[in-house]
Design a protein around this ligand. Structure first.
Ligand code: PLP
Length: 376
């Protein structure tokens, strides 16, 4: 078995190569590198796919989050509730804007924040919540939105890992993640479920006023060129990436299915192993498996990872350190939090196995055999 990868971007490209090459060359021939027709087309198609009234493409997922928070007009010192078990970008943009990332714990099964956890962290200074749909499934958004409404808080969804996931409300309404809160943010980093061949990101909202504000922030705080009404940033999705993403968007649901099939295979193989816990499913969300993440019990995680490495099976630890233990986020930049029980435990037990769109039976057999042989 040669060279198993966490993500197979090259294998995926081979299958759409003619379409992609043609689209990229068209952009180059057109000379419309910035805000060209390809960007508009992708924006419209993503709006339709998500069922969002507005999509604002931008340069990357971190920018998407920063622009979202800037558009809300928060004041320095305002608190924004954020999970401590996430990628750093989520908390980083909060701290960067001199807001306080109030770190909270997550559910031990789904790895996501819950309404109860969020509500317990609300203070008079709390202005917003950033739920992260970690590893590809939605947070339980209906009760989170109810808490937000009750306390008059904005909700900015970090949808970088879950684009395409469906959340079902108690009345049967289904919405895509990223369209449930006031603003949704996503990333097109190459390894994400909808990955560009470079950087990219997008912001979504159903609110016309917020959309105008988001567009303005992303474009130097201007509506009319050279007239700047507020301090903004420069964050654009370039036309070549948009053309590529437009093609890949049409395959996104098939890509999710391939990931789900790999996850099902792993579930069957590992469901009965004593020292492994397979990923729990949020009952009212689909799972698009940005990551397939096991819990490895009894302190054996690092040994398993080493064993797999020797056998040629890559694995990753998302995330090895709680954000409040990171050098940059101690003290006030964690909201004064220095320990959260579940986050602490997850950082010691999680192990993500390869899951991508080009998995096949042979690769899956090889990986599961390797994992199972460790526990024999
Ligand atoms: C990838 C990611 C981001 C940041 O996206 P970039 O495009 O790399 O800036 C933010 N939040 C989460 C949860 C992510 O996984």
């Amino acid at each position: 078995m040669d060279n198993i990868q966490m993500v197979d971007v090259r294998g995926q490209y081979q299958k759409i190569k003619p379409e992609v090459n043609k689209a990229v060359l068209e952009v180059i021939e057109s000379g419309a590198f910035i805000n060209g027709p390809a960007v508009k087309s992708f924006q419209t198609n993503l709006e339709e796919y998500l069922g969002a009234k507005h999509v604002i493409p931008c340069a990357n997922g971190t920018d998407a989050l920063q622009i979202a928070l800037m558009a809300l007009g928060l004041e320095p010192g305002d608190e924004v509730i954020v999970p401590a078990f996430t990628y750093v970008a989520t908390a980083e943009v909060i701290a960067l804007l001199r807001l306080i990332p109030k770190m909270v714990d997550v559910d031990p099964g789904t790895f996501n924040v819950t309404a109860e956890i969020v509500e317990a962290a609300i203070t008079p200074k709390t202005k917003a919540i950033v739920p992260v749909h970690l590893f590809g499934q939605s947070c339980d958004m209906e009760p989170i939105m109810a808490v937000a409404e009750k306390h008059n808080l904005y909700v900015v969804e970090d949808n970088a890992q879950a684009i395409g996931a469906d959340y079902t409300f108690s009345d049967g309404t289904v919405k895509k993640t990223g369209t449930i809160g006031h603003i949704g943010c996503t990333s097109f980093y190459p390894s994400k479920n909808l990955g560009a061949y470079g950087d990219g990101g997008a912001i979504s909202t159903n609110d016309d006023e917020l959309a105008a504000k988001l567009r303005m922030v992303a474009n130097h705080g201007q509506v009319r060129r050279y007239y700047h009404d507020m301090i903004g940033v420069n964050s654009r999705l370039d036309s070549i990436q948009a053309a590529i993403l437009d093609i890949k968007l049409s395959h996104l649901d098939a890509y999710a299915q391939a990931r789900q099939q790999a996850a099902d295979f792993y579930d069957k193989a590992f469901g009965a192993v004593e020292n492994l816990e397979i990923p729990a499913r949020q009952h009212n969300s689909s799972h698009v498996f940005h990551q397939y993440t096991l819990l490895v019990k009894n302190g054996r995680r690092d040994k398993l990872q080493e064993y797999l490495r020797e056998k040629g099976v890559p694995s990753m630890i998302y995330y090895p350190v709680p954000l409040y233990e990171q050098e940059a986020y101690r003290g006030e930049f964690s909201g004064g939090i220095d320990f959260l029980e579940v986050t602490d435990k997850l950082c010691k037990e999680v192990l993500s196995l390869p899951v991508h769109t080009e998995m096949n039976e042979e690769i899956l057999q090889f990986i599961t055999k390797a994992v199972l042989s460790f526990f024999e």
